[in-house]
Write a protein that binds this ligand. Structure first.
Ligand code: 6AU
Length: 266
């Protein structure tokens, strides 16, 4: 069973080089916390990345709502990622035809492919979403340094994803020529896929609140790791809105990690 294996052992099973890197980083740094840095000012993101950097394996961005986005912001973000040893994920949720996602990934103001180790994509368009993203990286072995997390489930109440969609998303993630480009799956349950070389990224993690006003549904760190099978827990407002963000990051890190240690020990 996937959830019983350690991150170190799963690194060896990963087909994506970035997934391998992330599994090993998590194991050596002892953290399975992803910070959703959902802030609108570049300096605020850099500040929180610096404060929480020692506690996270992954920093997740939504660059399309950063009001003062610049190349300098990316340069600084990359140097923080290097200093504190975490990877960068742009949560772009690509969902268009191959040609369009290729342009959205590689071009425009954000040039996402030039800096984001990982991106998210919906499986709605089918396999061509992976082919399109790969095409933006040009010839050569694109999947060595870049990877994709496919959305197979969502945390929003009333979302339209059904069992058939999940099953087909799982097939795209585990079968075919582009599996070396898939680092993991964004989902809510360990039943969504079985392959241990993929990482399960689960958002909707908060210690004290079960919903927000716009449809988000939360579970505790222990619940997502032990009952839902998450490998990485994504925390946004649980940390961002704390009076001491560093301390909050430490708390989420400790609880997510302890839940993982418990899971593999049992
Ligand atoms: O902890 P929060 O609710 O403040 O933030 C959750 C973060 C946000 C969402 O865009 C994202 O997780 N998210 C995703 C992802 C990661 O793709 C999928 C999903 O189903 N639910 C969700 O909240 O940045």
């Amino acid at each position: 069973q996937r959830t019983k294996l350690t991150y170190e052992s799963r690194a060896n099973l990963a087909k994506s080089a970035v997934a391998k890197r992330l599994f090993n980083l998590m194991a050596s740094k002892q953290t399975n916390l992803c910070l959703a840095a959902d802030l609108t000012k570049a300096d605020d993101i850099l500040d929180i990345a610096d404060k929480c950097g020692p506690h996270i394996c992954l920093l997740k961005t939504h660059v399309d709502f950063v009001e003062d986005f610049s190349e300098g912001f990316i340069t600084n973000l990359k140097s923080l990622a290097k200093r504190h040893n975490f990877l960068l994920m742009e949560d772009r949720k690509f969902a268009d035809i191959g040609n369009t996602v290729s342009l959205q990934y590689g071009k425009g103001i954000y040039k996402i492919s030039s800096w984001a180790d990982l991106v998210t994509a919906h499986t709605l368009p089918g396999r061509s979403v992976l082919q399109g993203l790969k095409a933006a990286l040009g010839p050569g072995d694109a999947s060595k340094e870049r990877g994709v997390f496919l959305l197979a489930e969502m945390s929003a109440s009333g979302n339209l994803i059904d069992d058939k969609y999940k099953e087909n998303s799982n097939k795209i993630a585990t079968e075919g020529a582009d599996v070396d480009f898939v680092a993991g799956v964004v989902c809510q349950s360990s039943k969504t896929f079985a392959f241990p070389g993929l990482l399960q990224l689960t958002p909707g993690v908060k210690i004290d609140e079960s919903v927000d006003k716009l449809g988000q549904q939360y579970q505790t760190p222990e619940h997502v790791i032990q009952e839902r099978g998450a490998d990485i827990g994504v925390v946004g407002r649980g940390i961002l809105q704390a009076s001491n963000v560093e301390q909050a990051a430490q708390t989420y890190r400790d609880r997510l990690w302890a839940a993982y240690k418990d899971r593999v020990a049992k």
